[in-house]
Design a protein around this ligand. Structure first.
Ligand code: ATP
Ligand code: MG
Length: 493
């Protein structure tokens, strides 16, 4: 549960906050003065502080200064009446998360509180690199033992202690943001701020001013000076997510900060020096964007000093079991299964995971909700997972070779996600997963029997056609039908 501390001497404001934030996920604490608020912080350990600026005793700005000194990772939002916005801007320079004008706009207040709580979690939840599952002293872990993940861990270890710029690339849901946070938590800047900014979520014309701030009157609507993330994050780490979606002006400015450590606010001409470490991420192939002249080549090389390429989950299936155990442990609670049975694991290991680890996490979360027993079963998994697996086991694979080649070619050449094996050796590899997951399964007889059943079903029981489909004689088919007592089975079905 998140904890919010409100510091305001007006009873009305305290009352509105109680109404607005009446939620089981949020614990609201209130203080009526800066002194009282500062005293409460070590007791309550809030995730976010919202303070008024004008108060009797020590004012909001001084309260902010003292909080920043004691804990630079606790986000503070200032509230101010219109006439005092200059003070609020000063507060931003001191590292306030943001400010709000009174009387406040409730949706904006909620949005800001949501953003600040996310930033607070990013800074507080420690992310361990390759933890042992039994280890207790971390909140989140970058889980994996496969070879591609070992390389990722090695790179994190090499860059975490430096101030090098890091570029993290990979498909959606592969853990780019998690790795960025792991680098931060293991870096020498871990006591300072970490701010994440999603470049794709902010309209292009606003992104530049969000990052670098603007001067009053810089453009229509710029009625006040604004302090950008680079200034706010001085001394800390800035995570530029989805960096592939950035206009060329913003790219130029980023390049300059990387080269010289300084920039100007939009509409300003005084250079501002900052000390910020940059971690960038994107799921777009930046090399292509460079080739198409959508992304500056010089910026690309500046960012690409250290490159961490996240492997897709389907290329590290050995990690699936470990990830499932980790997610079950994280979800642990009354009525939540603690285990998973072998055929469910086999199904998860066979699926192609277009949404990567995020998709796996969602599948496990949903499965724990529908599960009735102490273990997750294959029936608790969503149909997209189980259908892919049934196909893998039951699709007749003895199709003529030319067809197989036609099917395989486009899949291979586009490098698209493969949901099904495209050659017999691959089918064998898939089947071995089931064998490894279930020590009682005798894979060869099980497959032979299933092929015969499916061939007969496919041909509505016509043995001549079924035998042809299977590439055996009718006599052999008949013997196998006897051997595996298949007729009885088919009649029942
Ligand atoms: N190796 C891992 N171990 C544990 N959890 C992971 C791992 N990789 C990803 N996750 C979890 O999967 C989810 C998605 O990860 P994250 O947000 O870092 O992906 P992303 O690559 O940034 O995706 P997108 O490109 O869609 O933004 C998160 O909940 C994250 O904690
Ligand atoms: Mg991300």
């Amino acid at each position: 549960m998140d904890k919010l501390l409100l510091i305001d001497d007006e009873v009305d404001v305290q009352y509105s906050f109680r109404r607005i934030f009446d939620s089981p996920d949020l614990e609201l604490h209130t203080a009526s003065s800066g002194e009282e608020g500062l005293k409460l912080i070590p007791q309550v350990r809030p995730d976010l502080v919202i303070t008024d600026i004008r108060m009797a005793g020590i004012n909001g700005l001084e309260t902010l200064r003292r909080i920043r000194q004691a804990d630079p990772k606790l986000p503070v939002i200032l509230m101010t009446a219109y006439g005092t916005t200059q003070t609020a801007i000063e507060a931003m320079k001191l590292g306030a998360f943001d400010y709000l004008l009174k009387p406040f706009d409730v949706p904006r207040l909620k949005q800001l509180v949501g953003d600040a709580l996310k930033a607070s979690r990013d800074m507080r939840q420690t992310v361990a690199v390759a933890p042992q599952l039994e280890q207790q002293d971390y909140d989140l872990g970058v889980i994996g033992r496969s070879h591609p993940m070992q390389s990722v861990f090695k790179l994190i270890g090499q860059v975490a202690g430096t101030d090098a710029t890091v570029l993290i690339t990979g498909e959606s849901g592969t853990g780019k943001e998690l790795v960025a946070r792991a680098i931060y938590h293991n870096s020498r800047r871990h006591q300072q701020a970490f701010l994440a900014i999603n470049c794709a979520a902010i309209p292009e014309n606003l992104l530049e001013s969000e990052l670098f701030g603007h001067e009053k009157g810089a453009f229509t609507g710029a009625s006040q000076q604004r302090i950008g993330k680079f200034e706010q994050c001085h001394g800390g780490t800035l995570f530029l997510d989805e960096i592939g979606d950035m206009s060329s002006t913003t790219q130029t400015k980023i390049l300059r900060v990387l080269q010289s450590g300084s920039f100007e606010r939009v509409g300003g001409n005084a250079p501002i020096r900052v000390d910020v470490r940059i971690i960038a991420a994107t799921n777009k192939p930046l090399e292509d964007a460079v080739a198409n002249r959508q992304f500056r080549e010089d910026l690309f090389y500046r960012l690409n000093v250290v490159r961490i390429q996240m492997p897709p989950l389907r290329e590290r299936r050995d990690d699936i079991r470990l990830l499932v155990d980790y997610f079950l442990r994280k979800l642990a609670g009354a009525g939540i299964p603690k285990a998973i049975n072998t055929s469910a694991i086999a199904a998860l290991e066979a699926y192609h995971w277009p949404g990567n680890v995020r998709e796996l996490e969602n599948v496990i979360r949903r499965a724990t909700v529908v599960a009735k027993g102490p273990s997750l079963l294959i029936s608790d998994l969503p149909s997209e997972v189980t259908v892919a697996v049934q196909k893998a086991v039951s699709t007749p694979v003895a199709s003529p070779a030319p067809d197989a080649a036609v099917v395989a070619a486009p899949v291979e050449s586009t490098g698209a996600h493969r949901s099904e094996p495209t050659s017999i050796p691959e089918v064998a590899q898939w089947l071995f997963r089931f064998a490894r997951a279930d020590s009682k399964l005798r894979v060869l007889p099980a497959v032979e029997r299933e092929l015969i059943i499916q061939a007969l079903k496919e041909t509505s029981g016509n043995q001549v056609q079924a035998a042809k489909l299977l590439g055996i004689t009718r006599a052999t088919l008949r013997k196998r039908v006897e051997k595996f007592s298949i007729r009885r089975e088919l009649n029942v079905a």
